[in-house]
Design a protein around this ligand. Structure first.
Ligand code: PLP
Length: 419
């Protein structure tokens, strides 16, 4: 696989080019390094071109092929491709039977779509606090939030590290709940040696360009339950049924029935061609991510002002994100100042995530009296949010890019410790 050169990468993401860095001297980099980025090569482009010259543009045989290969890769019986990870969450909640007044338990430390999917179906999101070590939803906290209204648990495999699924499945069995894993970060991850995607009732993935593989926009739901699979297919395509044996009437060969409220959440064959081509490179992408993480971990192990990501013994992470935790008690500067200083070094740091319920829209819902405040506030997520910084991590990073990040972190931390 040919390497994308650093200069090509920089040209694509031009920087604002600070003249002097906040932490002093020249910035470590002249050009901006993003925190994530897709990796598209000639063979990806050729695969898309081929579909463009064929008969099918929208959902056709290439989508079917992607679904089959994807299901095999993650160890599920069925996969349904949809237009985004958000559509996948919506479809999974629909398939699981989520409806008005139901409660859906998820993590506060996630992308907003993990909770919005409950609202899409007039259900209520409930946040269960995170484990302060893994930053994943805590099974103990889930237990505290289960009520007679609860229908679904959506554990989010934050950064790519799988949640502790065994105790979550146990809670679900006891209370007759469905589990939908939000594996948008976790394509290629494993829990106790078993691949994420075939472990719960439903699992969703995202093919946004920052994720492990991309189709531009796109997503996937996997399941090994035939009934859930059929509900997913229905939901993706306006609730339309064409199979004669499933229809209520038969008015002729033109006839189809809308049996439920569905959407147009279809993925195109154009996108699926890119997906198949990208899926072939997944192992390489995962290996390169792991390699970069090993370099980061080694470099930061001796920096007492930061903590490297904790990994649970049951987890084999797919490393979507690399998050440093700042020891603010040992630093003279705030997270905000450290963040700005790293950006001034042209390092595209980020923060994942503001606890979902802190977004103005969720505040508004709370203000309208729509929700119980006790179902929102999560002290561990609040504390973790204050001290985390996401470093750039994507397979197309060069060794020089990785070295630049490390140099910049050392420079900024040394400035921030005030010595
Ligand atoms: C990216 C992401 C989604 C949504 O995926 P889209 O394809 O962008 O709609 C959902 N959940 C998490 C945790 C994500 O990171």
């Amino acid at each position: 696989m040919d390497k994308l050169s650093a200069s090509k990468l920089s040209a694509a993401q031009s920087s604002k080019g600070e003249l002097s860095a906040i932490a002093g001297g020249r910035p470590v980099r002249d050009t901006f390094l993003p925190y994530a980025r897709q990796w598209i090569e000639e063979d990806d482009i050729a695969a898309v071109s081929k579909v463009l010259q064929g008969d099918w543009l929208t959902t056709g045989p290439t989508v079917g092929e992607l679904e089959k290969e994807f299901a095999t890769r993650v160890g599920a019986s069925f996969a349904v491709a949809v237009s985004s990870g958000t559509a996948a969450l919506h479809a999974a909640c629909f398939a699981a039977g989520v409806g008005r007044g139901d409660e859906v338990i998820t993590s506060p430390l996630t992308f907003v779509a993990s909770a919005n999917c409950a609202l899409f179906l007039s259900a209520n999101p409930v946040f269960a606090d995170i484990d302060p070590k893994t930053y994943n939803i805590s099974p103990e906290e889930i237990k505290k939030k289960v009520t007679s209204q609860t229908r679904v648990i959506i554990p989010v495999h934050f950064t790519g590290q799988p949640c502790d699924l065994d105790p979550i499945h146990k809670i679900a069995r006891r209370h007759n709940l469905k589990v939908i894993e939000d594996a948008a970060h976790a394509l290629g991850a494993a829990y106790k040696g078993r691949s994420v995607g075939g472990l719960s009732d439903l699992t969703i993935f995202s093919f946004h360009p920052v994720k492990h593989i991309t189709t531009g926009e796109g997503g996937m739901v996997t399941t090994s339950n035939k009934e859930l699979y059929q509900r997913l297919l229905l939901f993706r395509n306006h609730g339309i049924v064409r199979e004669r044996e499933l229809m209520m009437k038969d008015q002729g060969p033109w006839y189809y029935e809308v049996q439920d409220l569905g959407y147009n959440y279809r993925l195109t064959d154009i996108q699926a061609a890119l997906g198949i081509s990208q899926l072939k490179k997944l192992n390489f992408f995962l290996a390169r991510r792991r390699q970069i993480v090993a370099i980061y971990n080694e470099a930061f192990a001796n920096l007492p002002e930061v903590e490297v990501p904790y990994q649970a013994p049951y987890a084999d992470s797919s490393w979507h994100l690399y998050i440093l935790t700042l020891r603010l008690d040992r630093l003279q500067k705030s997270r905000r100042e450290i963040f700005a200083a790293l950006r001034a070094e042209n390092i595209g740091v980020h923060v994942h995530y503001l606890p979902v319920y802190r977004h103005p829209f969720y505040h508004r819902l709370l203000g309208l009296g729509n929700f119980n405040p006790k179902n929102f506030f999560c002290p561990n997520a609040e504390e973790v949010y204050q001290k985390i910084i996401t470093l750039p991590l994507f397979p197309a990073m060069t060794d020089q890019d990785v070295a630049d990040v490390i140099t910049a972190v050392y420079k900024v931390i040394s400035w921030a410790r005030g010595s």
